[in-house]
Design a protein around this ligand. Structure first.
Ligand code: ARG
Length: 461
């Protein structure tokens, strides 16, 4: 007979289509090592509660060891009759220990508290791995910033030339967002570090089992406070999906810029051959597929978040089978990021920048106009007057196709008497950038400090 975990009150097994619908082993098998770890911890509290003898506990743990080895080697796999990973592994244990002993492990636990616990464990491990992957991307950005401490480019707002900035400052802006994503993973972990094991189906256990002992053995900070919440809540999963979606969105913003920067028109950067692809028909092509897949997969990560939220919405307490739909979105988001992060780190770390080209574009579009206005403010001119005057300089220069630094002394003085020739000291890209030297600004010294703070932060993670 199949080792279904229920059946006493049923006169027949499930219909073929019912079983096909119900089966989740094709994805929840990923939880198998965690399920076995949970079983070990559960066996120990059963023993401590006097429900397993010392000898039974020893045999149980040995049985779980051989099962774990057989799962790891691929010798033991789920069959068509196993409803889910928990059922399959219980069958494996019964095979190894016999029904008499093997059948004792189910006491005081339910698949409802098991799955909620194991999913948290799986996600916590995944979150740590992803944080490491994100920090590798941050490292790649830090390395580029260190290689190009003085390179400049036109900073943009509305995608229009705005003010010149250091390339390093721009790259570190992306790094800052990614470091916050790592922070978010840590914050999330602190909230997720509570074990639902012992919540049973929903009401808790009557068998004198110690949920705290199980929690600590499984690496949690403690057990959940409320067995109904423990089995019914999946906000830990939704929050993880959000953090991963946010990460995807932040990565997509880096990706988009790489895509733009590597066009012929921009020509700011060239991808290393190892991190680009060609075209099957156009021999000249070098495509930024890593960046495009990053951009594309960020949509998928958002979909996983919104899909999961829709699954959770309006579910009554406590466990509902709808909750089985919680795992695949997260498994998918994690899988995509596992693929993406190393590729992105590789692509960003090996990109070559055309710093001369970027520097040539830096003053274009009158990006130094703000410097004229702020120079005037330093001479005591009210900002509204200064802004107006700088705007007039732009109009004059634009009308005769010149740069702001090419306006004559007479032209400047005609715009505003305070506009003396010494204004030209701020009309260079380097001068403009050096002048923005308050904390967080783009001046080389500030950006160097920012880079060092980020680097030491990453090092201590
Ligand atoms: N496989 C289920 C899940 O992933 C857990 C089993 C709970 N089944 C049940 N009939 N209570 O959520």
């Amino acid at each position: 007979a199949p080792a279904r975990l229920w059946g006493g009150r049923f006169s027949s097994g499930p219909a073929e289509a019912m079983a096909a619908l119900s089966d989740s082993t094709h994805f929840d098998w990923a939880l198998a090592p965690y399920d076995i770890a949970g079983s070990r911890a559960h066996a120990r509290v059963l023993h401590r509660a006097g429900l397993l003898t010392e000898e039974e506990l020893e045999r149980m743990l040995r049985g779980l060891d051989t099962l774990a080895a057989d799962v790891a080697s691929g010798e033991f796999t789920p069959t068509r009759d196993d409803e889910d990973v928990h059922t399959a592994l219980e069958r494996g244990l019964l095979d190894r220990l016999g029904r008499e002993l093997g059948g004792k492990l189910r006491a005081g636990r339910s698949r409802n508290d098991q799955v909620a616990t194991l999913f948290r464990m799986w996600l916590r491990d995944a979150a740590r791995r992803i944080a490491t992957g994100v920090l590798d991307v941050v490292d790649a950005l830090l390395a580029q910033a260190a290689t190009h401490p003085e390179a400049v480019l036109p900073g943009r707002t509305h995608l229009q030339h705005a003010q010149p900035v250091l390339l390093a400052h721009h790259l570190l802006a992306h790094a800052q967002a990614l470091v916050r994503d790592v922070d978010r993973l840590r914050d999330w972990d602190a909230r997720t570090a509570f074990s639902p094991y012992g919540s049973g189906a929903l009401a808790g256990s009557s068998l004198g089992l110690d949920p705290e002992a199980v929690a600590l053995e499984l690496g949690f900070d403690g057990p959940v406070e409320n067995s109904i919440d423990g089995t019914a809540s999946r906000d830990f999963a939704a929050e993880a999906a959000f953090v991963l979606a946010m990460l995807g969105v932040n990565l997509s913003r880096v990706a988009e810029e790489v895509i733009v920067w590597t066009t012929a028109e921009f020509g700011y950067a060239v991808l290393d051959d190892a991190w680009a692809t060609g075209s099957s028909i156009m021999p000249q092509k070098k495509n930024p597929d890593v960046a495009e897949l990053t951009r594309g997969k960020s949509g998928r990560l958002i979909g996983n978040l919104t899909g999961l939220l829709a699954t959770l919405k309006a579910q009554p307490l406590a466990y509902n089978r709808d909750l089985q739909e919680d795992k695949e979105p997260l498994f998918d988001s994690v899988r995509q990021l596992d693929l993406l992060l190393p590729a992105l780190a590789g692509m960003l770390g090996t990109m070559r920048f055309d710093t001369e080209r970027m520097a040539a574009w830096a003053p274009a579009g009158f990006t130094l106009a703000t410097d004229i206005a702020e120079w005037l403010v330093r001479q005591g001119v009210p900002f509204r007057v200064a802004h107006e005057a700088a705007g007039e300089c732009v109009r004059l220069a634009e009308a005769r196709g010149a740069g702001l630094d090419q306006l004559t002394d007479a032209e400047l003085a005609a715009v505003l008497p305070e506009l003396t020739p010494s204004v030209r000291e701020v009309l260079t890209v380097a001068g403009s950038i050096a002048s923005r030297d308050a904390y967080g600004g783009t001046a080389p010294a500030r950006v160097g400090e920012q880079r060092h703070r980020l680097a030491s932060l990453v090092e201590t993670q």
